[in-house]
Design a protein around this ligand. Structure first.
Ligand SMILES: [Zn+2]
Length: 78
């Protein structure tokens, strides 16, 4: 599995967990249950945050490639 350079939370420094919007697939629900992604539901805000942390801060890293790689890794596709 490729390693992903997960960004740290700008507030508390915890490692980020990728946020998934939309109706989750079974794989997505399993990844969420394992704490590898966080499901934020079907309503995507105009400026969606990309990452969250264990303290529930959310932020955008402005790096879609890292986000996609992290989601792929969480889904077992990395
Ligand atoms: Zn945080």
């Amino acid at each position: 599995m490729a390693s992903v350079d997960v960004p740290a939370c700008p507030v508390c420094g915890e490692l980020g967990v990728p946020i998934l919007y939309g109706l989750p697939t079974r794989v997505a629900r399993e990844a969420a249950a394992a704490g590898k992604v966080r499901l934020f539901g079907c309503v995507v805000p105009p400026e969606p945050d990309q990452w969250t942390c264990s303290q529930n801060h959310t932020w955008r890293a402005g790096d879609d490639e890292t986000l996609i790689a992290a989601i792929d890794a969480a889904m077992g596709r990395g």
